[in-house]
Write a protein that binds this ligand. Structure first.
Ligand SMILES: C[S@@+](CC[C@H](N)C(=O)[O-])C[C@H]1O[C@@H](n2cnc3c(N)ncnc32)[C@H](O)[C@@H]1O
Length: 272
């Protein structure tokens, strides 16, 4: 296929992906894009990238499948323990104090780029374990990968994916099923899974916490800034943002405050 995927077609497909999603494939990532494109073309029984690009331009449904095919969906439960230490020891106590003092006993959290669900399920379990009794938990989880979202919604994980979950969480919030584990409805029902492309505003409001980890790395700076601004506008006036530990807003002109805790760094919208 490399013969057919000449530089001009590669650039056009790359530009198309960027304009539809913010995902940026650099020259050094060309082989990854090529192999994912090849797989999609094989599924469609064609080997002509130029005519496939024409199809993408006129068929938004195929564009959805293609974006799904080119994403990296690697994730795991309790990914980055330092983030969860920060969540449990800094974020939750602060929000309980702040919101509790206003008589608001609810937490709204968004996992943006949730992949197959391990992150929003971890967040829901952690909130359930660490919030005082009677607090309401609302979790939104979104991704543009339809395949990943289907797995996320099912909430079933083979034993090989069940790593890093503390024993007390595993026994309390999962049932064993076949050769794997099924998340219990008590957690699953706290989460609303949605298809959403981060290039666009999700229209969410008054969020207390946003997790968007290991997603921004696939965007260029302009696309990152666009997403970060959407997050800022969708958050409450006293709210927290977690991004991946290899990601940073350093040098980006944003309104977020950098917060350093004893466990990890994160960002805050601290207007009140
Ligand atoms: C590497 S996974 C990270 C999953 C999880 N946040 C974590 O840190 O474990 C990145 C996810 O971002 C999603 N993604 C990439 N670009 C996106 C976009 N424009 N809109 C929504 N989701 C996107 C991918 O489909 C993928 O599931």
């Amino acid at each position: 296929m490399s013969d057919l995927l000449n530089d001009a077609v590669f650039q056009d497909i790359r530009d198309y992906i960027y304009s539809e999603s913010g995902i940026h494939f650099s020259e050094s990532n060309r082989s990854i894009l090529e192999s994912r494109l090849k797989e999609r073309l094989r599924t469609l029984d064609t080997n002509n990238p130029a005519s496939y690009l024409e199809l993408l331009r006129r068929d938004k449904e195929e564009t959805k499948f293609f974006l799904d095919a080119i994403t990296t969906n690697l994730t795991r439960f309790f990914r980055n323990q330092a983030h969860y230490d920060t969540f449990i020891n800094h974020v939750i106590p602060d929000l309980v104090k702040y919101k509790g003092s206003k008589g608001d006993h609810s937490i709204k959290i968004w996992s943006a780029g949730c992949s197959t669900g391990e992150e929003p399920y971890t967040n829901a379990m952690v909130l359930k374990e660490n919030l005082p009794a009677g607090w309401k938990i609302e979790v939104t989880a979104s991704d543009l990968s339809l395949k990943s979202l289907m797995k996320a919604k099912a909430g079933y994980y083979p034993a090989s994916r069940i790593t890093g979950i503390p024993e007390n969480y595993l026994s309390k919030y999962f049932d064993t099923k076949d050769d794997g584990y099924q998340i219990k409805d008590e957690i699953r029902n706290l989460i609303k899974f949605d298809y959403h492309n981060l290039k666009f505003d999700a229209g969410l409001k008054d969020l207390d916490i946003v997790f968007c980890r290991n997603v921004l790395i696939y965007f260029d700076e302009a696309a990152q800034k666009n997403v970060i601004n959407h997050f800022y506008n969708s958050m409450a006036t006293h709210a927290y943002l977690f991004i991946g530990h290899s990601e940073s807003l350093f040098g980006m002109d944003t309104k977020f405050e950098f917060i350093k805790t004893d466990w990890a760094c994160l960002y805050g919208k601290m207007l009140s």
